[in-house]
Ligand binder design. Structure first.
Ligand SMILES: [Zn+2]
Length: 211
């Protein structure tokens, strides 16, 4: 916690002068390009690896970078926070791209894979059922077999969450009109590199190297 406070003091002293004008402008409104769904993991820092500035990304972070799917009436099966962010991003901010970004060595994927989530953590247990929907893909042999099962599941999980996104009426309508694009990204911690799912090749490739 002390490090956090020291960081804020450091920001005030060194960076605030350069950022003050930008934030004053942003106080008038935001116009981000993308909705970015990432894991809460402390090692995943979207603004760093995507070189984004304040105002560029509308971000949802949760354990496992998950989006609960909707039922036929458009009501999320579980937490409504993600659905609210999707509606706000599309209807109010008008974002054109939604990115679900997983990462290697994800503790949530490890927990889903082991199936050993303690009964003492009932909320976590319930929440991770949204990720467990990706398990059949793993068991069916999908994904990059060069990866550990945990990392393979993590990549497949991002694809699963794109399907969940598409179950939201606001997303489905825009997909039909071609006014929103969905992207699956994956941050490889060992390489400090972002990969994107290349549908044509059926696998993740280093971002910028897609076909
Ligand atoms: Zn994670």
């Amino acid at each position: 916690m002390q490090k956090l406070i020291a960081g804020i003091v450091e920001f005030r002293r060194k960076l605030r002068p350069a950022y003050r004008e930008r934030f004053a402008h942003l106080a008038l409104g935001q116009s981000p390009d993308s909705l970015f769904v990432a894991c809460s993991d402390s090692r995943v820092v979207p603004n760093l690896f995507a070189s984004t500035e304040p105002g560029d990304l509308f971000v949802v972070r949760n354990v496992g970078n998950l989006i609960p799917p909707c039922d036929a009436n458009g009501s999320p099966l579980g937490d409504k926070s993600e659905g609210a962010a999707v509606e706000f991003a599309l209807d109010v901010l008008g974002v054109k791209d939604i990115i679900v970004c997983g990462h290697s060595e994800c503790g949530a994927m490890r927990a889903v894979l082991s199936g050993e989530i303690s009964d003492r953590n009932p909320n976590l247990q319930d929440w991770l059922t949204v990720a467990a929907r990706a398990l059949p893909r793993l068991h069916a042999g999908e994904g990059d077999t060069d990866l550990s099962d945990m990392n393979r599941l993590s990549q497949l999980n991002t694809l699963q969450q794109l399907e969940h996104l598409a179950s939201y009426p606001q997303v489905a309508a825009r997909l039909a009109q071609g006014t929103v694009r969905l992207h699956a990204w994956w941050f490889d911690l060992h390489q400090a590199e972002v990969q994107a799912y290349d549908a044509a090749r059926g696998r993740f490739v280093v971002l910028g190297d897609e076909g």
